[in-house]
Design a protein around this ligand. Sequence first.
Ligand SMILES: NC(=O)C1=CN([C@@H]2O[C@H](COP(=O)(O)OP(=O)(O)OC[C@H]3O[C@@H](n4cnc5c(N)ncnc54)[C@H](O)[C@@H]3O)[C@@H](O)[C@H]2O)[C@@H](O)CC1
Ligand SMILES: [K+]
Length: 490
Amino acid sequence: MLSILPGKKIAELDKSYAREVGISSWELMERAAESFVSWFLKGFSGVQEKVFIFSGPGNNGGDGLAIARLLSEKGFAVSVVLFSSKENSSVDWQVNFDKLPEGISRYQYPEIDFELASSAIIIDALFGVGINRALGGEYLEVVNTLNQLSGKKISIDIPSGLPSDSLVEGVAFLADMTVSFQFPKLSLLIPEHSKYVGDLHIADIGIPDSFLDQFGSNKSFVQASDIQKMHKRFDNFSHKGDFGRILLIGGRGGKVGAIILSTCSAMRTGSGLVHVWAEGASKDVIHISCCEAMVEGEKILDELDKFDALGIGPGLGEVPQDLLRNIFQSTGKPMVLDADALNVLSKHPELWDLIPKGSILTPHLKEFERLTGKSSHHFERLDKASEYAVQHKVYLVLKGAFTSISTPDGKQYFNSTGNKHMATAGSGDVLTGMITSFLGQGYDPLNASLCGVFHHGLAGEIASKTKARGMIATDIIESIPSSFLEMQID
Ligand SMILES: NC(=O)C1=CN([C@@H]2O[C@H](COP(=O)(O)OP(=O)(O)OC[C@H]3O[C@@H](n4cnc5c(N)ncnc54)[C@H](O)[C@@H]3O)[C@@H](O)[C@H]2O)[C@@H](O)CC1
Ligand SMILES: [K+]
């Protein structure tokens, strides 16, 4: 799993890795540039394209110069725009400056006609993780001008102006795409920064995960290869009992649709047996919508022990706190708590310490706010999520782009799948069904959360290929099997 290191540790990481494998810092920069270029060539193969690279004074600018050379060797018409003098730039910047081929046009800011750049691909190599103050002077001026241009804009490592671990102050480059080296900087995963980052791509520069781990970060970025290893394998002798028996609780009154979405998604995620507790007319609706499920009445609440996992909340509506209290006290097993179950918890903090240890709470931002109060930005929210998880010994899945999973031991994982089309009614109910299903199949709460969130996002990506903004939660459910196929999980 990719550790996410704070920006101030990155120079130390690069230095110690280069020393360990006996390469120079310039060679590491060259790897970064090569990795960027191989990504670039997949999307922009027309060498008739003009490329303008804006190079700042540090190693981010140095990356830009190395990329300029490599793209020029591939036949692109490359121009570089420079700001500081050679002697005021970093050592590796200077090496790459000396290696710039003749064919590359060079401009010293402000001597550049932006008309020329307006039809080009713009590459932002002004500042990377070494930024230490808000943009000002000519850097502010150039970023303001570039932000007005309509061509494709790509940032190297991080959009210039964004600090790596805190909220932007003032202006930053508005990239369509950001190519970040080795791991995403935390700042790239924050909703307030998404308009600057655009589509995020991680470019491998060959530093192994195990080397990154030595830096002791508590934050990680979860990718397909990590998830593949977490899955349980079943064989031809497995029977439906091995795939778990779960109970979903919710869907009262007018909100029966929510529990139906959870139920169908649990079935599609591989649960052997899905029971649903429902009331009154809801029962028939559930039967008709998901004929594989077993619908139960109130007395099932006295038999909770027979279930491998519980999922409580979707469409539950307002219920007396005693319902949750009794459930918590009658089973010590971890469970999934979502939607209206979280609303009960928000109103009754006295229940928090009764939640069975290792349970999984899945709030969206509003539900999280109801639980822990308003936050002034997402960095603060992430800290609060971590504190809550540690204090109450639960897993806290904070939903949104790059959903975070905070654990009782103070770690935080960020998911890499999903897209904007998933922000649709019922999407969260689908996730509840998926996580409860994995929990019931015997996955530990961390793996159940990580696998649930990852496959939910991947299913959403698959569904949105044909449904785009017309996608609804049911489309996500229908794509769950494809997400297993794509990951080769049988
Ligand atoms: N060996 C390495 O360290 C590697 C670093 N890489 C690149 O190097 C970058 C980090 O390089 P640096 O640490 O040199 O940092 P930057 O290139 O981000 O810039 C730091 C320089 O800019 C100045 N500066 C900071 N904020 C400023 C502002 N607002 N206005 C004007 N000047 C400002 C600093 O005084 C310093 O001179 C990474 O983001 C990545 O792109 C990659 O080449 C991979 C290897
Ligand atoms: K940059």
